[in-house]
Design a protein around this ligand. Structure first.
Ligand code: NAD
Length: 492
């Protein structure tokens, strides 16, 4: 793509520039270079997309499910064909390493694959003779035009948590990608177009808050899927509910890893360091806090210090990069400020990632791995989502204390335990108040055929993204009770 190119929206099967002068720069977080400019589309643009979606819906819902998934098979083949180019685009605009980009794209493709099972997944159920000569059926029907609003940190995967299920079940879908990483979505939509998908079935409208508000407020958008920070998730959920529409809104996180004395310390520190510093800590499933129990504290602290100082930090396009930059200069400043505040509230800085730069990339948004010890359990750092490569250590005396600390968090996206004790593992998975649980795992990301199950302030809604939940979210049930009188029904 050419420098400073203006990105178009995709509406009704056409690539068209938004009727606005309001554009923002999309920058490469490693170099600071401007890649493209993206429009902040006004409400009129959203309305156009909704109208096109409504028109397409009347035909699309009548296309047999077995034919609808034909487009997804073609889409999958194209994603595989352009895999490296898309992964490169993710790294260029999002900053993560090329390995991480490949990983997230693979996870996205798996959702396309699962949605190809829609002919089975969206089946209803029925009973004959619920009364004499009367049968009852439950079927699933699509909702109409639905929309998804996605964050910057997984530009390849997160749109695919929603899009394949929405269209396979017969809906028409509008994507509003993050304005920080819009080029990856450009790839996804272009490949759907090349797959022959009829106009209006998938559309893309770029923008920010006003575009989101227009989607929520539009009476013909029937459902909203959202992933992003908790404050915006809560807002989108409340405003959607006020419009009487269904919403699934995934928010932020503060994920703790409990480390017991009987854990394999080498494996544990390798896994936790990958979770904490991978994607520069910008995963909603990043471990950002360790709660060590008893004697686990000393060896774990030592191993994590080693992992933090030896991590190779540079432009994610280098095959040997183990960590890229954070997304924006503002993000870097916020993370550095939070490290300073954590120090002021009593934490000890063991490894300080502030004020460092990757060689040859002086204009990038660099924060190197940071490790803080003796983090006050009730303080700011223990409770705030930093969303950067900042890891805090807390030591407690018992597993119960550690679980209580996890459960005192307002977030509930993920909690992890490292141990060799089955009894401890069972107690933990039974009692921990988080929707995704890792046992000897640091990024417990559910596969595409399981729901992405955040709890508490990490999720607002009932049905989560992916798998069966996705199918239920994008369909409404209809129950038919029918009688066809015949000689038998007249006999009794
Ligand atoms: P964000 O909340 O800033 O933005 C998310 C989306 O909302 C973007 O498309 C953005 O344009 C839009 N938006 C931003 N402000 C808005 C407003 N005031 N009103 C309406 N729309 C608005 O989030 P982000 O910085 O892009 O992503 C990082 C956050 O997402 C982190 O908190 C992370 O934990 C969370 N996240 C959660 C999950 C999960 O599954 N729970 C997954 C990935 C990311």
């Amino acid at each position: 793509m050419k420098t400073r190119q203006r990105l178009p929206n995709y509406i009704g099967g056409n690539w068209q520039h938004a009727a606005t002068r309001d554009y923002v720069d999309v920058t490469n977080p490693a170099s600071g270079d401007v890649l493209v400019r993206v429009p902040l589309s006004p409400a009129a643009e959203v309305d156009q997309a909704v109208q096109a979606g409504m028109e397409a819906f009347a035909r699309w819902r009548r296309v047999p499910a077995t034919d609808r998934i034909g487009y997804l098979f073609a889409f999958r083949a194209k994603l595989k064909k352009h895999f490296e180019d898309i992964a490169r685009t993710i790294t260029e605009e999002c900053g993560k390493t090329i390995h991480e980009s490949r990983g997230e794209l693979q996870r996205g493709i798996e959702n396309v694959e699962v949605a190809c099972g829609i002919p089975v997944l969206m089946q209803g159920y029925n009973n004959e003779d619920i009364a004499r000569g009367i049968d009852e059926h439950m079927i699933r029907q699509p909702l109409g035009v639905v929309a998804a609003i996605t964050p910057f940190n997984f530009p390849g995967m997160i749109p695919l948590w929603f899009l394949p299920y929405a269209i396979a079940t017969g809906n028409c879908f509008i994507l509003k990608p993050s304005e920080k990483v819009p080029q990856t979505s450009q790839w996804l939509v272009r490949l759907l177009e090349e797959s022959g998908l009829p106009a209006g079935v998938v559309q893309m409208v770029h923008g920010g808050k006003d575009t989101v508000d227009a989607l929520i407020e539009h009476p013909d958008v029937k459902a909203i899927s959202f992933v992003g920070s908790t404050s915006v998730a809560r807002y989108v959920y409340a405003r959607s509910a006020a419009q009487g529409k269904r919403a699934q809104c995934q928010g932020g996180a503060k994920n703790a890893a409990i480390v017991l004395e009987d854990a394999d310390m080498e494996m544990t520190s390798t896994i936790v360091a990958e979770s904490a510093y991978g994607c520069a800590g910008q995963r909603c499933l990043a471990n950002s806090l360790a709660i060590t129990v008893g004697g686990a504290g000393d060896p774990f602290r030592e191993a994590m210090s080693e992992a933090a100082v030896t991590r190779k930090v540079t432009n994610g396009l280098s095959e040997d990069s183990q960590m890229g930059p954070v997304i924006t200069p503002d993000s870097k400043l916020r993370i550095e400020r939070l490290i300073g505040e954590a120090h002021q509230e009593g934490a000890r800085i063991l490894v300080d990632g502030r004020g460092r730069t990757a060689d040859g990339f002086e204009n990038g948004n660099w924060v190197f791995p940071t490790l803080l010890d003796r983090v006050p359990p009730d303080g700011m750092l223990a409770r705030t989502e930093v969303f950067g490569p900042v890891f805090g250590l807390i030591n407690v005396s018992t597993l119960q204390e550690a679980i209580d600390l996890v459960n005192s968090q307002s977030y509930g996206n993920m909690a992890c335990l490292f141990t060799s004790s089955g009894a401890a593992a069972r107690q933990f998975r039974y009692e921990a108040n988080a929707g995704n649980i890792g046992i000897n795992l640091g990024v417990a990301a559910p596969m595409a055929f399981f729901p992405f199950s955040g709890w508490k302030d990490s999720f607002f809604g009932t049905l989560h993204a992916q798998g069966h939940h996705g199918v239920e979210f994008y369909t409404q049930t209809k129950v038919i009770v029918e009688r066809w009188p015949d000689e038998w029904s007249r006999k009794f």
